[in-house]
Design a protein around this ligand. Structure first.
Ligand code: PDD
Length: 284
């Protein structure tokens, strides 16, 4: 099935979608986005994603976007392509205008989305575990905003790929581990699941939030607390979470095994809880 797009209310195949070369998303990265997973034809954690999207729009002061209408277009696009297992990408830019840094007057935001079939690139890694590398976090001070300015993430991910990893864990100059380039991450230290507290240093991951709830429900001790690079030698487990990666066990960091080098029991339990939640969502 060909990916289907919608630009400002016009639906068309993604390959035919075009935007102005003066669009501020293209020129300045003056844009915010969301990625949702569709399971069994239904968008997963939709309210949470759209709440975060509204927060991102407000944070960069893009006004005049009817998010409810965008949501409607997303549903229509999923239905039009009869997508079952898919991802939805949604991006709003400040629109097209002659180039100048300050906000242009009277520009209409560009509302773009597309839906495409999901062919799971993480299936094997989810079973066997994944290798990651650490990289310095050179991003800006508002990583809580889901902005399309992803150059630092792109460079760190490329470094991970060249080192044979599926993700880079980012660390600040004081050694604090923040998150992955496109995932949140968790560690198990002395039997407690730890993940960085929400702040301007990380994206408030939607999957992260769900996994915190699932862990609490399963009686797994959890705490929002930062991990440092120095802790990596002591953690018994590490795992990543994200819309497409779900719960992804990490079995080595910078070439050194995590715990016994195999996916651990906490990650396995949370993977099962996640799959169960999806089964209930699809069946319900
Ligand atoms: N990435 N941290 C960063 C920097 C991210 O870009 C993402 C998501 C996450 C995980 O968030 P969530 O659980 O809401 O997907 C954490 C998306 C999927 C992307 O850029 O493709």
């Amino acid at each position: 099935m060909e990916p289907l797009a919608n630009i400002n209310g016009v639906s068309l195949p993604l390959s035919e979608a075009k935007v102005s070369a003066l669009d501020r998303g293209f020129l300045f990265g003056d844009a915010v986005y969301e990625v949702l997973r569709v399971y069994g034809g239904k968008p997963w954690l939709e309210d949470e994603h759209f709440r975060r999207f509204e927060r991102s729009l407000a944070a960069i002061r893009i006004t005049g976007v009817d998010v409810g209408r965008l949501r409607q277009r997303m549903h229509e696009t999923i239905r039009a392509g009869d997508f079952r297992e898919a991802t939805t990408y949604i991006q709003v830019t400040r629109g097209a205008a002659p180039r100048g840094h300050a906000f242009p007057a009277g520009t209409v935001p560009l509302e773009f989305l597309y839906v495409q079939e999901f062919r799971d690139p993480y299936a094997a890694a989810r079973e066997q575990g994944a290798a990651v590398v650490t990289q310095p976090d050179i991003r800006w001070d508002r990583c809580d905003v889901k902005s399309t300015n992803l150059l630092a993430n792109v460079l760190a991910m490329q470094a991970a790929k060249e080192a044979g990893g599926v993700e880079a864990l980012l660390y600040l100059p004081d050694g604090t581990l923040t998150e992955g380039t496109h995932t949140s991450f968790f560690g198990v230290l002395h039997g407690t699941v730890l993940t960085a507290p929400n702040s301007n240093a990380i994206l408030p991951g939607i999957t992260r939030g769900l996994v915190l709830r699932l862990a609490a429900r399963a009686g797994v001790p959890v705490r929002e607390h930062v991990l440092r690079r120095d802790d990596l030698g002591q953690v018994s487990e590490l795992f990543l979470t994200g819309t497409t990666s779900e719960v992804l066990p990490v079995t080595s960091v910078d070439g050194r095994p995590v715990g016994d080098g195999r996916p651990g029991p906490v990650a396995r339990r949370l993977q099962e809880a996640y799959r169960q939640a999806v089964r209930e969502f699809v069946g319900g």
